[in-house]
Design a protein. Structure first.
Length: 275
């Protein structure tokens, strides 16, 4: 069992957080043939996307790359898909990738370790039938920032019953918080996280929302395995045999409090992708 009060363990935990912030996904963007309006075929667009970041922050780069090959699209009609599934741009990129891994990954070694072929092949859609029932429109970076800050407020309210610390944050501090995510500045993010008490240590998980699970689960002292067994399985009415957190399948005896303190995404939520 992990002892988070041990000084040596605290050092190791900080290194784990740094490694999580250093995770990237190799991605290639393509467009479908029916979208091309030029006589020449565009090259695919390759990029490394940080797991802690958001697909919305790369939309303008993708648009610029393909701009000479498509025409007549509105800025708010752009969307992305994988395997014909529209992707949620306001969820951290690493979470979207893990969810697609759970749903469509290849299990080549029969050990429940699903993988996606890399680079991650995404399709960029310039207009067409926008999937408004599955995707929120994103016109610009301001939309992305607005959704991120609102996710942080939601997380704070669920944890502490109040968003006062966030609501009283100056515009400059809100911009600094968002900029720390944009630039992958983990030290800047941790400073802002402490300022709004999003990183406060807790003695229980009574009011923690784990995105795929119950809002108010009584989780004090639980391990990941017992949490999945006692709360996720009954909620989803099925037995979960594969789960990913930050692209990793942790040991079942990992403490939920430790996961909360070290494996949350920048919006403050602990995401567990299950199957």
């Amino acid at each position: 069992m992990i002892n988070t009060n041990n000084n040596e363990q605290e050092v190791d935990d900080s290194q784990i957080r740094k490694q999580l912030w250093g995770g990237y996904i190799p991605v290639v963007f393509n467009i479908t043939a029916e979208q091309i309006t030029s006589f020449t075929q565009p090259f695919p667009y390759y990029i490394m996307i940080p797991r802690q970041s958001y697909l919305s922050l790369f939309i303008e780069k993708v648009k610029t790359h393909f701009s000479d090959f498509v025409s007549g699209f509105g800025s708010d009609n752009f969307w992305l898909s994988y395997n014909e599934v529209p992707l949620q741009w306001h969820v951290p990129a690493g979470v979207v990738f893990d969810l697609m891994t759970i749903l469509y990954g290849n299990n080549n070694n029969n050990n429940n370790n699903n993988t996606l072929n890399l680079p991650w092949n995404l399709t960029a859609h310039f207009g067409g039938n926008f999937p408004s029932d599955a995707v929120v429109r994103c016109s610009n970076e301001e939309d992305a920032q607005w959704h991120f800050l609102n996710n942080v407020k939601e997380c704070m309210y669920i944890r502490y019953g109040s968003t006062t610390a966030m609501m009283t944050l100056s515009n400059d501090d809100q911009a600094e918080l968002w900029n720390s995510v944009k630039t992958l500045n983990e030290s800047q993010y941790m400073k802002m996280k402490d300022k709004i008490h999003l990183g406060s240590k807790q003695n229980s998980l009574d009011d923690i929302k784990v995105m795929i699970c119950l809002k108010r689960a009584q989780l004090k002292g639980m391990t990941l395995e017992s949490f999945i067994k006692d709360h996720v399985n009954p909620t989803l009415k099925k037995e979960i045999n594969l789960f990913l957190i930050q692209g990793i399948q942790p040991d079942g005896d990992t403490e939920m409090l430790w996961l909360l303190e070290n494996c949350c995404l920048p919006d403050g939520f602990l995401y567990i992708c299950c199957k």
